[in-house]
Design a protein around this ligand. Structure first.
Ligand SMILES: Cc1cc2nc3c(=O)[nH]c(=O)nc-3n(C[C@H](O)[C@H](O)[C@H](O)COP(=O)(O)O)c2cc1C
Length: 221
């Protein structure tokens, strides 16, 4: 190994048992947050989250994530109207008790969240020279999702909440935000200080769905 490489190796941080235990707590306490306090978030903090997110792995090192900070009241209103319409339509697949329960859920904190962040994947990106995405062409999308999770965990570590809103019409979102044709809409994130912290998903405490067991999800062949 060349000397300078060896030095880099020796400078690598040690992730000890204490860190691993804290990291497990971070994973356990990361929540999808829909209830936000009105307090603003320092833009420097949002920049830190974005810089952490951009350290995520990406197919061919293509870094296809594109972030749009949605700041104006008019654009936010258009997003809220989009969500209201999509949510109305989504509710129609349920009947009776399940319908009533769906309608009682709070599925977005769009009105309260001080920060709105739309996330896109540039699926035609030249960066990475096409490596790794010839046979599995959705890999740029998955790369963006990796970055979103990095942002989500970083936010949790700062005490910030993130809520992912997918009950939206993606074509209308692209139009509202003036996104280029080659971008695919991946996520709309609400970010802010949570009203409360919990280690249980809201959809679990509200009785909508329960956590699956390890054996439900892991098989061996
Ligand atoms: C791709 C994706 C889309 C989601 N869309 C919504 C949404 O539109 N509204 C919502 O309330 N939660 C949404 N969520 C959050 C999930 O409901 C949440 O992750 C799940 O209930 C587990 O809760 P937890 O994230 O607090 O562990 C989404 C999560 C993901 C990963």
């Amino acid at each position: 190994m060349p000397e300078e490489k060896l030095e880099e190796f020796m400078l690598a941080p040690e992730f000890n048992a204490g860190f691993r235990s804290t990291f497990a707590q971070l994973l356990n306490w990361r929540r999808d947050v829909r209830h936000f306090r009105a307090d603003p978030v320092d833009p420097a903090l949002i920049e830190r989250l974005l810089r952490n997110a951009m350290l995520a792995p990406s197919v061919g090192f293509s870094q296809p994530w594109r972030w749009v900070l949605v700041e104006t009241a008019e654009v936010r209103s258009a997003i809220i109207a989009n969500h209201n319409m999509a949510n109305e339509e989504a509710s129609q697949i349920y009947q009776d008790d399940r319908y009533a329960r769906y309608r009682s859920l709070k599925l977005a904190g769009l009105k309260e969240a001080p920060v709105h962040l739309a996330v896109f994947a540039d699926c035609g990106v030249a960066t990475g020279h096409g490596l790794g995405r010839q046979t599995m062409t959705d890999t740029p999308l998955w790369s963006v999702v990796m970055a979103i999770y990095a942002l989500w965990l970083s936010a949790t570590a700062e005490g910030l909440g993130v809520g992912w809103v997918s009950i939206l019409d993606p074509a209308a979102i692209k139009k509202t935000l003036g996104a280029p044709e080659e971008w695919t809409f991946v996520a709309y994130l609400c970010i802010g200080w949570p009203e409360a912290y919990t280690d249980k998903p809201l959809l679990e405490t509200s009785g909508w769905e329960s956590r699956q067991t390890f054996d439900d999800m892991v098989t061996r062949r």
